[in-house]
Design a protein around this ligand. Structure first.
Ligand code: XIL
Length: 365
C-alpha cells in the first residue's frame, strides 16, 4: 500500500513535470515552426527579460525600433542603433529576425508627414529608405513586413501618405503603390521574404477577402510577395469558438496561393477591473484562445511562424492602447512567470503538426 502510494506520487510528479520541461522554442523547433516575439531594445539589459526571451523564442522582431520614426529622426539621418541591438541579441542566441515595417501610413516622423513633399519626392524618399534599410540588414533580417495595414475594415485602401496623401504617384491605380513597394524591396534584398502585414483580416471578412484578392493578383502577375502576416491582436471576449476555425480557413486559402503565413502580433487581452486586475476565469479562456490559434497554424503546412506582441505583461502596448481597460494579454505575467496561456501554447507545440501538415519548407533554415 505504502509502495503504491509512493509510486503514484512519483508518477504524478513525473506527469506534472512533462508540461513545460522544454521551452516553447524547443517544442516549436520539433514542430518545424518559428516562435517569436516583439522586443523593446531598452529591456534587453533586464536579466529576466533577456533570459526568458533567449530561452523561449527562436525569432524576434523589433516592436518599434525599425519603424520610420525611430530609424529616421531627420531626413538625412539613419539611426540603426536600436535595431542593431535586436539583431545582435538574435545573433548571440541563434534567433531569426523579422523586420517591421518599411511602409505604413502611421508612426512616421513629423518631418516626413508634414514635409509637403510631392509624389515624385516621396517616391524617391521611399525608394532610398527601403534600399538603405534592407541593405543594412541584408543577411540578418530574413523576412520583412514590407507594407503594413494598407486596408480598412471594408477592404478598401486606406487614405495614407504613401497611397494618396499625396502618395508616390499611383493614387488612382489601386494596389499599384503596394506592388511598386514590393518590387523595390525585392531589388534591395532578393533573399529576404517579403510580407504584407495586416490587422483584423485574420478570419473570413471583407478585409481578408481584399487581402486574398490582392495576393492572388500579385502572384498571378509575378509581383514578388512571399507571405501574409496576420497580426491577431484580439480581445478574449470577441474570440468566440468559431474564431479559430475562421482563421484556419483564411490561412488555408492564403497558403493555397503559394505564400507563407506568419502570425505576427498575437496578443489576447482580457478586461481589467478598477485595480487593473483580470478575472482568473478570463485567463483560463485566454489560454484556450491562444490554444486555438496555435492549433490553426500548426494544422497548416504553410503557416510557418507564430509571434506574440511582447511576452511579459510587464511590457505590452495594450495598456496604453486600451486606456487601461484591458491587459494581461501575453504568455508571462509581470514577474516572468508562465501563465495558463503559456501552458496551452506549450501543449499545442509539443503535440506538433499532423502528418499532413508538415511544412514544405523548413522555416528554421
Ligand atoms: C505598436 C507598438 O506596440 C507600440 O509600442 C507603438 O507605440 C505603436 O505601435 N500594429 C502594428 C504594430 O503593426 O507596429 C503596432 O505596434 C501595433 C499594431
Amino acid at each position: 500500500m505504502f509502495i503504491d502510494c509512493w509510486k503514484s506520487a512519483i508518477l504524478i510528479a513525473a506527469l506534472a513535470s512533462v508540461c513545460c520541461a522544454q521551452s516553447l522554442r524547443q517544442e516549436a523547433e520539433n514542430a518545424g515552426l518559428l516562435v517569436g516575439t516583439a522586443v523593446r531594445p531598452p529591456q534587453l539589459s533586464e536579466a529576466a527579460y533577456a533570459s526568458t526571451l533567449a530561452r523561449e523564442f527562436n525569432m524576434v522582431e523589433a516592436e518599434d525600433a525599425m519603424k520610420w520614426w525611430v530609424l529616421r529622426p531627420d531626413r538625412a539621418t539613419y539611426d540603426f542603433r536600436q535595431g542593431d541591438e535586436v539583431v545582435h541579441f538574435a545573433k548571440a542566441h541563434q534567433m531569426k529576425v523579422r523586420g517591421h515595417c518599411l511602409v505604413w501610413g502611421r508612426y512616421n516622423p513629423d518631418w516626413l508627414t508634414h514635409g509637403h513633399f510631392t509624389p515624385r519626392q516621396l517616391s524617391r524618399l521611399l525608394r532610398e529608405h527601403i534600399t538603405r534599410v534592407m541593405k543594412h540588414y541584408r543577411g540578418q533580417v530574413f523576412a520583412w513586413d514590407v507594407v503594413n495595414e494598407a486596408l480598412d475594415e471594408n477592404g478598401n485602401l486606406r487614405d495614407a501618405l504613401w497611397y494618396n496623401q499625396p502618395g508616390i504617384g499611383l493614387s488612382t491605380e489601386g494596389t499599384a503603390y503596394i506592388e511598386q513597394v514590393f518590387r523595390v524591396a525585392h531589388k534591395a534584398d532578393s533573399h529576404a521574404l517579403l510580407f504584407y502585414n495586416e490587422a483584423e483580416g485574420e478570419g473570413m471578412n471583407r478585409k481578408s477577402d481584399a487581402i486574398y484578392v490582392m495576393v492572388r493578383d500579385f502572384k498571378r502577375r509575378g509581383v514578388p510577395i512571399d507571405g501574409v502576416g496576420l497580426q491577431l491582436h484580439i480581445p478574449t471576449l470577441d474570440a468566440g469558438t468559431g474564431a479559430a476555425a475562421d482563421i484556419s480557413s483564411n490561412i488555408a486559402r492564403l497558403t493555397a496561393l503559394g505564400v507563407q503565413v506568419h502570425i505576427t502580433e498575437l496578443d489576447v487581452s482580457v478586461p481589467l477591473d478598477s485595480n487593473g486586475m483580470p478575472k482568473s476565469e478570463d485567463l483560463t479562456r485566454q489560454a484556450e484562445v491562444y490554444r486555438g490559434i496555435v492549433r490553426a497554424c500548426l494544422n497548416n503546412p504553410g503557416c510557418t511562424a507564430i509571434q506574440t506582441w511582447g511576452f511579459s505583461d510587464k511590457y505590452s502596448w495594450i495598456g496604453s492602447h486600451s486606456h487601461g481597460t484591458r491587459g494581461h494579454a501575453l504568455l508571462f505575467d509581470r514577474a516572468y512567470q508562465a501563465k495558463p496561456a503559456y501552458r496551452a501554447v506549450w501543449e499545442e507545440l509539443s503535440a506538433g503538426r499532423t502528418s499532413d501538415s508538415k511544412p514544405h519548407v523548413n522555416p528554421l533554415h
